[in-house]
Each structure stands twice: as structure tokens, then as C-alpha cells.
Design a protein around this ligand. Structure first.
Ligand code: KG4
Ligand code: ZN
Length: 357
């Protein structure tokens, strides 16, 4: 394997993402000045493959990744106007995620790197989400991060690339997971987050007084399972649900999640701010699929504004899973001289706090 390229040169990186139900490939550039540029970003969604099951079926996902990955990688290179001769490194998601899909993308990425004698980076998917704002707006650590996706709800102090401190996590379901389960309960399409948000736009957020889990509690963590139960109890007596019932349930549920997140984030901001050096900028980043939700972003913006934090969020299509963020995390690591061995394992569980450079 060739050594990782020196930081001073422009890097063009191929990224591969297969940890869940998106088969994605992207080509990004990282300038010597640290600025990022997306040259291509192809996301092939498997939503149709899983729709009948109301959730991601791991075996179906792995097979679909296997079929889609090569054409998706070819499309990413084509759209970037690049060939493998132009690529300086390959980055693929190694975890956390579904083992079958991870193995498909990781093995493909290693094979390309080995065949072309390119440096390889086994990327942590969560690090991809955590660093996306570096690609989209040049924001570098230190910042407070809320990572809200289908599998994770965490507050993290991002100290540096490769240095993450977990401040809070969910005690039960992830925020995206409760959106998906709520959608399933109400008979909406999969994935649930965007569907619930669409229905909520026509509903009354005050019709149902759902609990705001953990609100006002001193512990920093999240919890959503009580909210899920409350929704089920509110929906049951209304069956069969009219369209207005569904819209009101969605709006009331979304308002409860937004307010619960706002409360948890507000507390974390206060604690994070006390640990900052005098004069340091107070910066808050939200990332992950749930960050695409408008009501949630508004609630978080209010918490940030009240505490003098700037709010940073990638555009919606870079909040949900994509390979540009994986390529970028790979570029950030390679530019610091860090690469992975070609026997780097797939890791279904891989907390951010275990990373180093
Ligand atoms: O980051 P992501 O694409 O995949 C994971 O790493 O989990 O996040 C997917 C999650 C799903 O649970 C989906 O329902 C949720 O993000 N999501 C949303 C919205 N768009 C996606 N949740 C609420 N509102 C949205 N607009
Ligand atoms: Zn994700």
C-alpha cells in the first residue's frame, strides 16, 4: 500500500457508503487549504426494495448493495469527469451499520485501493455525519454536535478530527426510529420521517398533549419510548383514523420530539459553553437524517439563538446518508497522514468515542 499523501496537495477521494439502505458513491476534492468540493454524489435508494416490509431487511439490503454498487461507483466517477487514474485515495464505511451491507462496500473499496495501489480509509459512518459541515461550509472543530439519525441520537463534543466526546445518548429508541415506528403505526409510507413531516404540515400540533420525555431532567440523555407508547394509546380509540386524525397525530408527535430535543440540546449548550476558553466561538452543529426536519431545525435554532450559539446544518440531501460525507471523512484523515490497513474489519457497532487519528 502506498503511504498516505502529504497534506500539502489537493486530494481527490472516492467514497463508498453501504451501511444501511442507500448504496452511495461520491467523488470529492479537498484542497491544500482544507476546502472541500463535491465533484459527484450518487445515492441509489433501496426504499422500493424494503417498502413492503415497513423497514430495512438486512439480507435484502446486502443483496441490493451487491447489485447496485458497481454501477453507482461508475456513475460517480463519470459524473465527476474522473477515472480511477485521477483518484488519490478510497474511503468506505466500515461501521456502524448492517454487517452484510458494510462487507459489500468495504470489500469493494479495499479491492479498488489494492488494484490501484491507493491509500484506503475505513470510515466510521458517524464521523462522516459529524464532519459534513467541514465539507459544506468549511467549519472545523471545536463544536457541539447533535447527531440524530435512524440509528443514533447523541450529543457529542467534536474536539478535533478523530477526537469525539460523547455527552449524551438515547436510553431507548433513536429519534429517527420513533419517526419510522410512528409512520408504521399510522400506516404511512417508509421511511417514516419525511412522511410524518409531510402529514404534520396539515395537522394541529396542540390536539394531542404528548409527553416531552426527559424534559427538565438534570441527566443529559434522551428517551423516546414513552412518546411512542403515548401515540399508540392516542391513536387506538380513534380507529379507523381519518386523514385529519393522522395529520393531527403527526403534528402533535413531531412537536413533542422537537421540544424534547430542544430541551436536551439547551442543557448541553449551557454545559458545553462553560467548558469553552474565554472568547471561543459557541458553535452548534446538527447532522443525521432527522436534521432534515424543518420543525426540529426551527426548535434547535431557537435554543441556539437564546444561548448565543451559531447553528450549522448540512443541506437536507447531505443530512441523510450519502457517500460525499464518507469521502470527506477519508480526505480529512488522509490529509493528516492517517490511513487504514487493508484488513480493517467491518464493525456493526463502533462508537465515535473509540476513534483516534
Ligand atoms: O442518517 P440517516 O439517513 O440514516 C442513518 O444513519 O440512520 O437517517 C435516516 C433517518 C430515518 O429514521 C428517517 O425516518 C429520518 O432519518 N428522517 C427524518 C426526516 N428525513 C429523514 N426524520 C424526520 N423528519 C425528516 N424530514
Ligand atoms: Zn446515517
Amino acid at each position: 500500500m502506498t503511504p498516505a499523501p502529504a497534506a500539502a496537495s489537493r486530494l481527490i477521494i472516492l467514497g463508498i457508503e453501504t451501511s444501511c439502505d442507500e448504496t452511495a458513491a461520491a467523488v470529492i476534492a479537498r484542497g491544500a487549504d482544507g476546502r472541500g468540493e463535491i465533484l459527484s454524489n450518487i445515492v441509489h435508494s433501496q426504499i422500493a426494495d424494503h417498502a413492503d416490509y415497513g423497514g430495512v431487511v438486512p439480507e435484502i439490503a446486502a443483496r441490493a448493495h451487491l447489485e447496485a454498487l458497481e454501477p453507482v461507483v461508475r456513475a460517480a466517477l463519470r459524473e465527476a469527469g474522473a477515472t480511477l487514474d485521477d483518484i488519490h485515495g478510497v474511503a468506505a464505511t466500515a461501521g456502524p451499520g448492517l454487517i452484510g451491507g458494510l462487507l459489500v462496500g468495504l470489500t469493494f473499496g479495499k479491492a479498488v485501493a489494492a488494484a490501484r495501489d491507493l491509500p484506503f480509509v475505513a470510515v466510521n459512518h458517524l464521523e462522516g455525519h459529524a464532519l459534513t459541515v467541514g465539507l459544506t461550509e468549511g467549519l472545523a472543530p471545536l463544536y457541539l454536535l447533535l447527531l440524530v439519525s435512524g440509528g443514533h441520537t447523541q450529543l457529542i463534543a467534536v474536539h478535533d478530527v478523530g477526537r469525539y466526546e460523547q455527552l449524551a445518548t438515547t436510553l431507548d429508541d433513536a429519534a429517527g426510529e420513533v419517526f419510522d415506528k410512528t409512520a408504521k403505526l399510522l400506516g404511512l409510507e417508509f421511511p417514516g420521517g419525511p412522511a410524518v413531516e409531510r402529514w404534520a404540515a396539515r395537522g394541529d400540533p396542540a390536539r394531542f398533549a404528548f409527553p416531552r420525555p426527559m424534559m427538565g431532567r438534570a441527566e443529559p440523555d434522551f428517551s423516546f419510548s414513552g412518546l411512542k407508547t403515548a401515540l399508540r394509546h392516542a391513536a387506538a380509540p380513534l380507529a379507523p383514523l381519518r386523514d385529519q386524525d393522522i395529520a393531527d397525530l403527526c403534528a402533535s408527535f413531531q412537536a413533542a420530539v422537537a421540544e424534547a430535543l430542544q430541551d436536551r440540546v439547551a442543557g448541553a449548550m449551557d454545559r458545553f459553553a462553560t467548558g469553552l476558553e474565554p472568547g471561543a466561538l459557541k458553535r452548534f452543529v446538527v447532522a443525521g437524517g432527522v436534521a432534515a426536519n424543518g420543525a426540529i431545525k426551527t426548535a434547535l435554532a431557537q435554543a441556539a439563538a437564546a444561548r448565543g450559539f451559531s447553528l450549522h446544518a448540512p443541506p437536507a440531501h447531505l443530512c441523510t446518508d450519502n457517500a460525499a460525507m464518507i469521502a470527506w471523512a477519508g480526505a480529512e484523515r488522509l490529509s493528516r497522514g492517517a490511513s487504514s490497513a487493508l484488513d480493517a474489519p467491518a464493525r456493526p457497532r463502533w462508537p465515535l468515542s473509540q476513534l483516534s487519528l
